[in-house]
Design a protein around this ligand. Sequence first.
Ligand SMILES: [Zn+2]
Ligand SMILES: [Zn+2]
Ligand SMILES: [Zn+2]
Length: 156
Amino acid sequence: MTAKRRLKGRKTDVGPLEYVEFGLARLKARGFRITKGRRLVLDVLGRADRPLSPYTMHDLLSGRGESVDTVSIYRTLETLEEHGLAHRVAFSGGYLPCRLEDHPGCHHHLICRACGRVDEVDCPGMHHVEEGAARDSHYLIERHLVEFVGLCPTCR
Ligand SMILES: [Zn+2]
Ligand SMILES: [Zn+2]
Ligand SMILES: [Zn+2]
């Protein structure tokens, strides 16, 4: 239930199990071994309804009788992020599963400052801003960080 999120017209209601299967398939296709640790991290992440820190994930796993050290969790999260399976939310420093994996391009988060709810949107328009900034500044821009903070439909 917690993994179900709907943004208008977008397929974002991927359940935790589908997320784990999809994530494992992608990692395998890209040459990664499927370790127990990676599977557990995907499982915990797939159920997250709030951004989770590696420490919180460690505690959740310990509560289930699984011991995965925080360094391994952190490295797995970095791998998942590199391969488009997870996102780090700068606002809190925690990680969330990507729920828009069928949308190419970059994804950003909407964060409710009152209740902590986080939703994900893609942002085709942001590329024009990035191109404009690169043109005007002569920077070689590699990425951008955008988060929208405010009040969710329930809290506003
Ligand atoms: Zn995403
Ligand atoms: Zn973007
Ligand atoms: Zn809220």
